[in-house]
Every structure is written in C-alpha cells, then in structure tokens.
Design a protein around this ligand. Sequence first.
Ligand code: 4AD
Ligand code: MG
Length: 477
Amino acid sequence: MAEKNVAEILNSNPLLQEIQLKGWVRTFRSNRFIALNDGSTINNIQCVIDFENTPEEILKRINTGAAIALKGILAESQGRGQSVEIQVSEIEILGDSNPDEYPIQPKKHSFEFLRENAHLRMRTNTFSAVMRVRSKLSFAVHKYFQENGFNYVNTPIITGSDAEGAGEMFRVTNFEDNKAPVTEDGKIDYSKDFFGKETNLTVSGQLEAETFAMSLGKAYTFGPTFRAENSNTTRHLAEFWMIEPEVAFMDLSGNMDLAEDFIKSVINDVLNTCKDDLAFLDQRLTQEEKSKPQAQRSEMSLLEKLKFVVDNNFKRVSYTEAIDILRNSKPNKKKKFQFPINEWGADLQSEHERFLVEKHFKCPVILFDYPANIKAFYMRLNDDGKTVRAMDVLFPGIGEIVGGSQREERYDVLVEKMKALDIPEEELWWYLDLRKFGTAVHSGFGLGFERLVQFATGMNNIRDVIPFPRTPQNADF
Ligand code: 4AD
Ligand code: MG
C-alpha cells in the first residue's frame, strides 16, 4: 500500500484505492470527521472514522495537534466542502496533544500571539502558506539566476569592513566579558582578538560580490545579512536574507532592466507554483482589508497586485523629477508629511516613497540618479558632479524593495570619494585593486528577500514572513 502525502492524494489519485498517510489533526467533529493536514498543502483531507468500531480510548486521543497514522480507502465524499475523503479502517495515535495545553486552537489567533508561538505557528493555514511560498520563491530566485548565466557566490558573514559605511553592525568578538585587553589609550585592543582586528556581521555581500563580477562576469549572492539599526517597523529585521546580483559590463539602465525582469520572473513563477496557497492568502487579505475604513482599503486583491506587477512596466523616474512631484503634492502643501519636502537633496522617507508609488504613479517605480551625499561611497558619480548612478525600486505597500547602483569604476574618483568620507584605503585595498587591474563598468543591486515575500504573500509585518524573526529585544527560538 502506497504511503502518500495529502497534496498527492488530493491531486491525482484514482478512487477506491487503499491509502496510508500520516499527519496532524486540525479538527475532529462529531466523533467522526478528522480534518488532517500534513503540511504538503494548504488543504486538509477529511478522514472519516468508523466510530462504532473505534475504541473510546482512541477517540479521546484524536485531539487538535495530535500526530496520527491512518489506513483507509479513498472515496468520493458524501459531505460538502470536499470532493474526496478517506474512509478510515485503521488509526494509530503517534503523538498525543493535550487539548488543555496546545496553544494552536482551531480558531483565529492574533499574529502577535502566533509570534510568541513561532515554533508552532507553521501549523496554521496562514503561516504554512507563507512558508511554502517563501520556499518556492527562494527556489525561483536561484532558478532565474542559474538560467541566466549567473554564478552563486557565498560571501563572508564575518567581515572586517563596513560596506555601507553606516555604523550599524553587530560586533563579532571572542573576548570574555570584562576581560578584553586594552591599548595604552584605553581602547579595546582588537589586535589581540580572534581575527586580530575588529570584525562584524556583514551588512551586505556586495563588495566581495564585485570581485566575482570582475572575474566570472555575472554573480549573485543569497545569504543572511545583519543590521543593528534600532528600527521597530513592519519592514525591518536585524537578520534578513539579501539577494545581490553583480554584473560586469552592465550600466545603470541594464541594472534597472535586470531588477525588473528578475522580480517579474520570480513573482510569475510563484503565481504558477503556489496557486492554492496564494488563493488562500488572497482570501485572507481580502478579509483583513474589510476590517479597514474604506479609504484605506487596497483597490486590488493580492492576486490582482501580483498579476499587475508581472504585466506592467515599472515607471522609471529620476530623483530630481520625484522631488518636483513631491514638493508640489497635496500632502506636502497641506503639511501632511512628517518630513516636509522643501528642497532638492532631501533624503526620501518611506512616506514619500509610498506616496509616489501608491498615490501618484500607482505602479512599481524605479527612482534613479540620487544626490551623491545621501548614497554610499561606491556609487558612480554622474557628470553633473552632484548625483550618482543609484537606483531604488519602490513597491506598493512595501516601499523600498531594491537598492542598487552602477559602481564607481574609476580609481581616482573612488579614492577621492573615500578620502572625503574618511574610509581607510588600507582596509579596502583589495576593492581598489579591482579598479587598478582591468577595471570596467559594472552594476548590481540588493533585494531584501523578506520584503519580496511580504509582497508575494500580502503579509503586512515582515516578522510574519521569516521563520524566527530577530528584531530589537527579540531573539527567541
Ligand atoms: O539598500 P540597501 O542597504 O543596499 C545594499 O546593501 C547594497 N549593498 C545592495 C547592493 O547594491 N548590492 O539594502 C538592499 C535591500 C533594501 O532595498 C531592502 O529591501 C533590504 O535590502 N533591507 C532590509 N530588509 C529587511 N530588514 C532590514 N533591516 C533591511 N535593510 C535593507
Ligand atoms: Mg537602500
């Protein structure tokens, strides 16, 4: 007798065959009907017990959350809501679940409560769907790059340099508490630490990825990334996964084409591979939207949003144009922005990004050519001497999903920039070498994987699209 998972059984099985399966009880009604889920699909399978011939001790142990093994016959269902069911001939309780203690009851739990029970929340419809979509998206990312000639590179997680120059890193040290040696001037002496220097968890694999672009031509990273900024928002994690492609001989316009094609391709992929889960998440979001005031409701359902992104061009707008739009916008004139836009050079906050995407253009937007002094040191300076070849991709409901640029490939210009920003040349000598030996135009970007999963699943809080979120004051599990 074949053992099958629920997805296989629901998909392709002829009726009347004998089947055995294992899973967890979601609900048990009328001492007869088990809704069984094994994680292979959002759908439960109904399993009908012959309760007259099932001992009372067994019936009592069929509780929500219990692990069970079943044998039975697959049959057309008599009841409503499903086309097939299993008429159970044998049942074995593999692992009990005490109904007075099991936290995941068959009712609606708040996301806050489920975060506190993150080890069990994947047993709910919403989180199992999100995590399956996350898995498929992750595969789609690799598929896209592998099919387009990119090499997957694993850049270091412990690093001695601060790629973004933003002082928001987690220190890695082997010194014992209160026993760190100090130098004569009273500072901690990292030359005596494990690596003989100050080291941190990486904020980006970009600089190392550039060495691969400048040798293998096309490279991408997909790995854990750490930022110690104290941002308690629905878009920030202290530990997240970033995808960073980097390509030689590609300029900013090629970079925009790549980002757009890549995002469309992976979204299209999950539209095809995650139909059941996305249909469920679409319904979930529609329900959630109904509880909001009319004016705040999204005009499109989740599936409509995903199809919209796949089918429409992203709008490409220069920073300068965006500032004009924002300066003359209603919320700016009515002083509704927390950070009013008065002049060119202002850094854009998420309220501005979301206005551009959600209210003004109503589609994904790629902003480019930002002022040099609000962007990182490695971005290529334009001929105007004041803007750099930067690009941010902004998404509805998310804000910034991608940040990237054409890289400064001119040795002298880069050195001058590093001097101006006090970035030590000794530390990045190897990065400068790329500009000394066979330098060339090259570009790349970073996409925050969790923000992509948020967009694809319609989940509002980034803590709900990563298995075990790390945020300020929280590193449980
Ligand atoms: O814009 P960022 O900081 O760019 C870089 O790190 C570049 N080195 C990338 C490159 O050019 N190779 O980060 C890139 C993306 C952001 O657009 C956002 O999607 C995501 O990473 N991100 C975060 N996601 C979750 N939590 C955080 N704290 C994030 N910070 C950035
Ligand atoms: Mg950015």
